[in-house]
Structures are given as C-alpha cells and as structure tokens.
Design a protein. Sequence first.
Length: 737
Amino acid sequence: MKMKMVSDGYVPLFETNKFKGRVMYRLFSVSIFVGIFFILAYRVGHIPGEGADGKWAWIGLFAAELWFGFYWLCTQALRWNCVYKRTFKDRLSQRYENDLPRVDVFVCTADPIIEPPMMVINTVLSVMAYNYPPEKLSVYLSDDAGSDLTFYALLEASHFAKEWLPYCKKFEVEPRSPGAYFLSISDPIDVGKAKAFVAIKKLYENMESRIRRAANVGRLSEEQRSKHEGFSQWETYSSKQDHDTILQILIDGTDLNARDVEGCSLPTLVYLAREKRPRYSHNFKAGAINALIRVSKKISNGHIILNVDCDMYSNNSESVRDVVCFFMDEEKGYEIAFVQFPQNFENVTKNEIHGSFRENMEVEFHGMDGYGGAPYIGTGCFHRRDALCGKKFDRECIGEWNRENVTKREESLHELEDKSKVYASCTYDENTLWGKEMGLKYGSPVEDLITGISIQCRGWKSVYFNPERKAFLGVAPITLSQLLVQHKRWSEGNFLILFSKTSPALYAHGRISFGLQLGYWCYCFWAPNCLATLYYSIIPSLYLLKSTPLFPQASSPWFVPFAYVISSKYSYSVLEFLWCGGTILGWWNEQRIWLYKRTSSYLFGFIAAILKSIGFSDSAFVITAKITDEDVSERYQKEILEFGASSPMFTIITTLAGLNMFCFLGVVKKLAMDAASIRYFDRMVLQIVLCFVMVLINWPLYQALFVRQDKGKMPSSLTLQSIGFALFACTCFLFFQ
Ligand SMILES: *[C@@H]1O[C@H](CO)[C@@H](O)[C@H](O)[C@H]1NC(C)=O
Ligand SMILES: CC(=O)N[C@H]1CO[C@H](CO)[C@@H](O)[C@@H]1O
C-alpha cells in the first residue's frame, strides 16, 4: 500500500530549499581563493636571503598562512551548499494520525548539585507534554548520580503531570516547561483561565518548595520515603560509584488506571540509575544512553529516540510531529537516521560576551545538511532506533513501522522492572558490540560527533532542522573558564576523531560525500589551529620592536591581496553574523572569544590529544570551576568577563595580551620619536594594524588586569606572573636574537 502512494500523487511531508544567494557566495568565495593564492605566492617569492633578519619568521608565517588557507578551504564546504528544511505537519496528521510511531525520550542527568532536580523535572515535564498521543510517548530519566533526591523530584513531577498535561492541552500552553511558562507569563486576563492558572501555579510552587526544602536539607525524611516503595531500592546503595541498578516505572502508560485528572492516558515515565561499581568503567554519558537504549527496548521499544540534556527544555510542543514528518516521508524518509535540532541557549545576554554558536547553528550545519549529513551534537537529536543500534542502511526497511502490531504485555509491572534491570548492569556490555558498533561509541570525549559520523558511514543520511521558533532551550556557561574548559575537551576529542577508526579523513572517504568530509574536518582541526594562531599573534608583533617587516609595504602591489582578503573576509563575517540575528558588539565579542579559545583551549586540547595518543593520560589538565554565586551571574548579566580564579589558560591569554601591549607601546614610542616615522609606518603597516587589533580586542582583559576591583578581576598573582612572562619574552627577543 505504501509503495503505491509513492508512485501516484506523492505529496511530500517535508521540503528542502536551497539558499538563494549561493551563486553570489560562490563567486565571492572564489575571489578570496585567488587572493589567498597571491598571498602565498608573495611569501614564496620574497623569502629573505640567507642571514637576513627574519628569515625563519618569514618561513613560519608562510606555514601559518598555508594552514589558514587550508582551514579556510574547509570552512567553504560548510557554506557552499546550504539548505533549509520545512515540514508539513497537517499532511502528517491527515495521513498518519492513527499510525504515528512510538517515541522514547531520554533525559540525562549526572549530578544533583550542578543540575538541580527542579531543572531536571522541568525538562521532563516539558517533553511529557509534547502534543503527541500519550500512549506512544515514553520518557526516561537517566540519573548517573543515583540520587534519591532526583528520584523524589521525579516522583513529585509524576503527580504534578496529572494536572499539568491536561492544563497544557486545554489552554494550549507554550512553552510546556512549567518553570519557563510561569516566568514568561503574567496573570491572564480571562476569568476562566485565571482561575485555572492560579490553581496550577499554586500546585507548582508547593511542589517546588517541597523539593527545594529536601534539596537544602540534603536528604529525605522517613515520611517522604514511606510514600513510595521505590525508595526501598536505596537500601543497598553505598555511593554514587557503587550501587545496584535502580529502576522504577513511575507511570505505566499501558495501565488503564494511569490517568490524568481529565481521564486521559499519560505517557510512560521511568527512572533509571544504572548499576555502578568502582571496578568497572561506566563510560560516562555514552554508557548511560546505551543502558537506556536497552532498557527502553524492553519497556516501550519506541521507533524514534530523542535524547536531550536535562538543562534543555522543550520550547515547542510540536517538535515531535516535525520530526515524524521527516521519518515518515514516503520518498525520502527511510534513509534518514537522525534529525538534529540546533542548540540554543535561553540564558545568554544580548551581546553574548562568551561568543555563541550562532554561525555554526545558523549557517554551517545548514551547509553540512546540504551534503546530507548534519552532525549529531549530543542533545536535541531524534534518532531512528535501528540506525542508532548499528543497523546498516538498507532499502528494504521501508514502512516496517506500520506493519508491526503492538502486543499486549504478559508480565506484571514488577516482573517487567526486574527483567529490564539486567540491561542496565555494569557488565552487560562487556565483550559485546555496545560502544563499538551499537549505540553511542565509548572512549571519546565527543561521543556524539563520532557516533554521528559512524552512522553516516553506514549509509544513512541525517537532517538538520532549524525552525524559526527554537525547539530546545538550554543554559549557557556563565563564566569564561567554564567555556574554555568545555572547548578544551571538545577540541581534544574532535582532533582524536581524526585518528580513530571512524576518521573522517580515511575511513569515511568514499562512505560520505567529500563536502561533508571537509565539513567535519573543520571541527576535527579545531585543536591544531592553535599553532598558527599563536604564531600570528606573537611573532609579527615582536618583529615590530626590531622594525623588521614581515608583510608587504603599503605602497607595494603585493599589499592588495592582503588588504582584499582581510577586509572582505571580515566584512563578510560581520554581515553573516548580523544576518544570523547577532549584534555588531556581539560579533566583536565573538572575535575575542575566538582568539581566547584558539590560544588557550585548543592549545591544551592539542597537547592533551598528543599525550593521549602516545599513551599518557591527561587528568592533570582537568580544570573545573563551577562557581555560581550571586556576583558572578550579576556580572554576567552586565556583560563583564569573569576571571576571578587562577587557571593556566588565563595565564596564556594574559601573557599574550601583555606582550602585544608592550609591542604596541614600542611602536607608539617609535612613531612619536623617530623622524622617519612615515617610512616606518609604510613598511610596517600590516604588522602595526595586527598588533593594534590585538590590543583593542584585549581591552576588557586589560581592565580586568589593571582597573577592576570586583571579585571577577584577574587575580594579582596571575597578573604579575603574566606581565613578567611578557616582559621577559620581549627583552629576550630584543637582546639575544
Ligand atoms: C520559545 O517559545 C515561545 C512560545 O512559547 C516563543 O515565543 C519564543 O520565541 C521561543 N523562543 C525562541 C528562542 O525561539
Ligand atoms: C537572561 C536570563 O535568562 N538570565 C537568567 C540566567 O540564569 C540565572 C540563574 O541561573 C537567572 O537568575 C537569570 O535570570
């Protein structure tokens, strides 16, 4: 029956539109390419003679520019072929309303302190309230801390859901995370609505105060424990790293008695803390998700799996239907393995002092989508269960979902729980393909990206879906060191993917399209970017002190390609950023963070990756700073960069800032005192501009060093140390080279 529909009068469930300005963009891109070619030609043709000052610096610059040119070429793959997707949910309802596939949602949490239970259950409630048949929706919470507080909060949420879900449906509430909803709305005017609103808000606040009270005390009272038999599972619990599997089906969607206050059925809700033993590696988030994949197969066996971080609530109750449009499309649906949504953050300030993923999310992923392969980025992603479990792409499996009947469960709830627990034991995936071919891959700090690549290498396609109204909203890091540490981990992991079995350089060649391969390289090569960037931000400035030119002088024709490439690349970058909805100041902040990430996070990531690949562990590099006191978030709201604590990463960026400051002061002195300063300026203009931009971009850092008095300023010891390093480097360079 399915095949027939394909042949006559096929009306798609989604459409793909190409970016309109792509011809213009391609012409522009070619012109830059020509510019880069001339720059490299200049470098090769003008190497200073033997013994001349700056010969090696020159060759180094050539290497750096060669690298930048190569990297730029990779980034073109991300912009060459952008596409945008649109879905038709009304057609889906017409055709398949009674045949919608089952969906399992996985929410992962790992620490009740960093990820407070209130935040977690808000995410859970927002996905339970999806506009989707409840008997086809199951929600799983994986709690890697095995915290009874989180369990308690989820138990409360399961009661609250009985009021919240009907309320959402009745009043078409959006967003369906109650916390976000109550924040976003003042009291409604309509009398009928107002009464229900006040009542549900009261319920929510009561629940919140009970949970907060329990969290403040840090443990549960006997009375609270006695309210649910599930707590008995904590009797054998000894620590976060050492406990049995705890599994509780809090709402059983198949049970006719599990009803909300209006008498409608509810989605299944399951709590899982997989078994942990100190002797066994638990493989972090990948291990947690794989346990969930197995357990959920036993309990609800949804065809589609959404995984979402506990700090990302659903902002759109229609998202599941959007996704089903992709999977159910009669012509193209069967080849899609996953649908990735962008990561958006609710908690960012207007000018994004920590930069953003704006260009990645609004441009680059659309570019990868154009090559049929949006990356999997770990959260906000809907997978086809089969593809995630290692199945190869195969044309034969069209329409399988519809043929299958739901069989009635034989065993009791208790039996089901007991049987399912086996799948979450810490030895289950030993000597199996789990973590290798099945589920998320183990052993990488970026298990998501590498899993996505390997699914694509098995022949599947993926979709990037970025609707105007954001589907998920998360919380962004609010201190600079959190951000830098995060990027250290990612850059390290991305770089190691290149040397893994699923390397986008070797293994993926011929399995995915070349454009997509280049697109992945952009991410894999984050870490080595540090070398060229460090070189470019140190050497030309130092040579200013010696008046050795490393770039063509302003009156030379070779100046033109440099000027063209620099000005047009950056003008384009500003325009792109504005087009994606950013602000000018936001763009400027982005450039600063770009520099800090490349010179610190990526450097540490690069070193860690090298150490790891020759067999050292890099635990010494783990730098965690999760400070969230009042001041910090206040400064964040005011868009003031947060330093405060010492960190080797800060030492590097501060030393760099100091060095450029000294060099710039040297230039100012030369220009002011030297009679021949016009000539000096002509010869050195690009170097002076580069150094000036470095100083300008570091302005907030100088303030944190020398002016600010608040707790977020740079610690004095670090200031002294870095300025010392910078002075030492300048002096050594002048006298000994
Ligand atoms: C979140 O959803 C609300 C509707 O509930 C919408 O007004 C808002 O624009 C969405 N947020 C984002 C960032 O898209
Ligand atoms: C802009 C915004 O949403 N700010 C919020 C960020 O998160 C902190 C607490 O984590 C809130 O206090 C802010 O209001």
